[in-house]
Design a protein around this ligand. Structure first.
Ligand SMILES: Cc1cc2nc3c(=O)[nH]c(=O)nc-3n(C[C@H](O)[C@H](O)[C@H](O)COP(=O)(O)OP(=O)(O)OC[C@H]3O[C@@H](n4cnc5c(N)ncnc54)[C@H](O)[C@@H]3O)c2cc1C
Length: 308
């Protein structure tokens, strides 16, 4: 069957079978922190785990490509959008429950909110994540980290679902967490929730640490401009931002995209950048840094619907 007919059939089935939102040609720029991205052929936001199961089974039945998004803070989406189904695991998966020092957290919980709740409960060790703007699901997938901490340090178990609706439970070890990568990054699995295990600490100290890290972020990072965070992965020896700055690229603009003049590790959307503007600037950065240092920078951001 022609791909567009599959999309039409999937859309029809979804509107009949799921309780959550289903849109045809839903604009993705509204779902990315970068404020960039054309339409998704189908955009679905399931209401809960049961609804998600229906969505995934239908996508599999119609053999349509699928991309999962959380809070869209690590994504650069093509100006032409995504030709398949984008499934948002968002606010509907926003729940948490506590059993002593173990906390079960839904994939749609904002890390900043979670950090504050944990601090109020006197649970320590999650301060590092308080300024990362993603949801828990995206953070587990990416093994997000900052200021010496990462998800690997706090996750005890992860619950996932596959496209048959089958549920899997993984321990921390099963997750194969490494720098900005987990077992989920190489799979077709969707993170539903994770159990975190944290030690008790001093509430005031935890709150102060959060304040201190967030102040540090504000002074160093261009939080007033759309971006996807650090554009490139940290190379084996050193920092991408230092290599970019040493190559004289801080503040470099290409059309609407700019290497931040505050933090050269961030490419920002300073003036209605297109995806292609950002990609072209990334290409310039990669090639100039390679010429000057011999190091090839790799993207940390996820590029969706196109290629670098
Ligand atoms: C200003 C700024 C600062 C940032 N600072 C940091 C930082 O300090 N450290 C850091 O690590 N990152 C940082 N980031 C990047 C980003 O916030 C993290 O990678 C975050 O964990 C992504 O979460 P998300 O929900 O936004 O995921 P998305 O961007 O929506 O998705 C990221 C990836 O995760 C997958 N995914 C999302 N949810 C699920 C799910 N439920 N199941 C399976 N796969 C899923 C997506 O398919 C995609 O491949 C920053 C970004 C910005 C804009």
């Amino acid at each position: 069957m022609e791909y567009q007919s599959k999309i039409n059939e999937l859309y029809k089935d979804m509107t009949l079978c799921i309780r959550g939102v289903v849109l045809k040609d839903g604009p993705l720029k509204n779902h990315t922190y970068f404020k960039i991205g054309g339409p998704a052929a189908i955009f679905a936001e399931p209401e809960d785990t049961d609804d998600l199961k229906t969505v995934l089974k239908l996508i599999k039945k119609h053999s349509v490509d699928c991309f999962i998004i959380g809070n869209g803070t690590n994504l650069l989406v093509s100006d032409n959008g995504y030709k398949g189904a984008v499934v948002k695991i968002g606010e509907k998966f926003n729940y948490m429950s506590k059993n002593d020092n173990n906390v079960t957290v839904g994939a749609g919980v904002l890390l900043s909110v979670l950090a504050k709740v944990l601090a109020r409960e006197g649970l320590a060790g999650f301060e590092f994540a308080s300024g990362i703007p993603g949801f828990l699901g995206g953070a587990v997938y990416m093994n997000a980290g900052a200021y010496g901490g990462e998800m690997k340090d706090v996750v005890k178990n992860v619950k996932c679902m596959d496209f048959n609706g089958k549920i899997y439970e993984f321990t921390n070890e099963d997750m194969e967490f490494i720098y900005r990568h987990s077992k989920i990054s190489d799979s077709d699995l969707i993170v539903l929730e994770a159990e975190l295990e944290l030690p008790y600490g001093n509430k005031d100290e935890i709150m102060n640490k959060i304040k201190e890290l967030n102040e540090k972020r504000k002074t160093k990072q261009p939080l007033d401009m759309p971006s996807a965070g650090s554009t490139f992965k940290r190379p084996a020896n050193g920092y991408a931002s230092k290599l970019i700055e040493d190559a004289g690229l801080k503040g470099l603009k290409y059309k609407g995209a700019m290497v931040s003049d505050k933090h050269s590790g961030f490419v920002v959307n300073w003036d209605n950048a297109s995806c292609e503007d950002v990609l072209e600037l990334m290409r310039i950065v990669i090639s100039t840094v390679n010429d000057k240092s011999g190091i090839i920078l790799e993207p940390e951001i996820k590029i969706v619907g196109t290629e670098l």
